[in-house]
Write a protein that binds this ligand. Structure first.
Ligand SMILES: C[S@@+](CC[C@H](N)C(=O)[O-])C[C@H]1O[C@@H](n2cnc3c(N)ncnc32)[C@H](O)[C@@H]1O
Length: 278
């Protein structure tokens, strides 16, 4: 694609998302715009970084907000489809997730993030407790963690629809004994969430950094993992700095780079006095 064609496609997709009333995949123009922006971020990350520099701060924030809402609506749309793909009393399995266009990317993301977390926290086991902010209507990473390790996860999402759909999906995956879902805003501590071994921050809640710092002294997770954006996806997803939680006594232990896709990084923070796994 020529540079002019790329600029045209970028501007068209951005305008669709900035002005769309319905950001769900029901709106085919919005769905096409989301897919085209994600493709451009992965395939032409330098071009996207260049274009974002030419945008006003206002438009950049509005585009990111619209994209995150579209991302949330996309998960709700496909979560509903996956739940409806089996009968009322039938259980779900990973086979039913194949209809979700992004499902194939999750196993690599899971391996990348689990390795990054365990490098600091040590092995995730059935005794590990996790609080997961921004789990979404399709909490695929929490499902994979609970299925493989038996760990206990409290998922938190700000969107009512995402909470309702993920609760039903987890129940149909027969994992309600391991994973619970709560409404929350990443700002206030959900009830009985104190001292989890791990606080996992999926992208979206990263935009409330100051509020997270107000919450950390009371929650006191041993380790914090933040999924942050890199390269072209920095346009679409919030990113976070290495010293984001230093005022709450957490220092960066390491930054994991996702070389396969180059679309995001994993920042792992810990409280200095935490003993390193032998
Ligand atoms: C892309 S989705 C979920 C990510 C993906 N399902 C996963 O396994 O990591 C991001 C979710 O973050 C939620 N979210 C955004 N801001 C939030 C906040 N401040 N607190 C909690 N959830 C938030 C949105 O409602 C959305 O459902």
């Amino acid at each position: 694609m020529s540079k002019n064609e790329l600029i045209q496609e970028f501007n068209d997709a951005s305008q669709v998302l900035l002005h769309a009333q319905d950001l769900s995949p029901q709106n085919k123009a919005a769905e096409k715009a989301v897919l085209s922006l994600i493709d451009m971020c992965i395939e032409n990350s330098e071009f996207v970084a260049e274009q974002s520099q030419q945008m006003s701060e206002h438009d950049l924030l509005s585009l990111r907000r619209a994209f995150l809402e579209a991302d949330c609506e996309m998960e709700k749309y496909w979560s509903e489809k996956i739940i409806q793909s089996v009968g009322e009393d039938e259980a779900l399995s990973w086979d039913n997730f194949g209809i979700y266009p992004w499902f194939q990317d999750y196993p690599a993301l899971y391996d990348f993030e689990k390795r990054a977390i365990e490098k600091t926290l040590g092995p995730i086991t059935e005794d590990t407790t996790i609080t997961y902010f921004g789990s979404g209507a399709l909490p695929i990473i929490p499902l994979m963690l609970a299925l493989e390790t038996g760990c206990r996860i409290k998922c938190v999402d700000i969107n009512d629809g995402a909470v309702a759909l993920s609760t039903e999906l987890i129940d149909k995956m027969k994992l309600s004994d391991k994973i619970s879902v709560h409404k929350g805003d990443g700002i206030s501590i959900p009830e009985d969430h104190n001292k989890p071994d791990l606080l996992f921050l999926a992208n979206a809640p990263l935009s409330v950094e100051d509020a997270l710092n107000n919450m950390l002294p009371a929650m006191q997770p041993k380790v914090i993992f933040a999924r942050s954006s890199a390269g072209g996806t920095a346009l679409l997803y919030p990113s976070i700095s290495e010293d984001a939680f230093s005022k709450s006594g957490y220092k960066i232990d390491h930054v994991a780079q996702d070389h396969e896709h180059g679309t995001h990084t994993g920042l792992v923070y810990e409280q200095p006095q935490i003993r390193k796994p032998a």
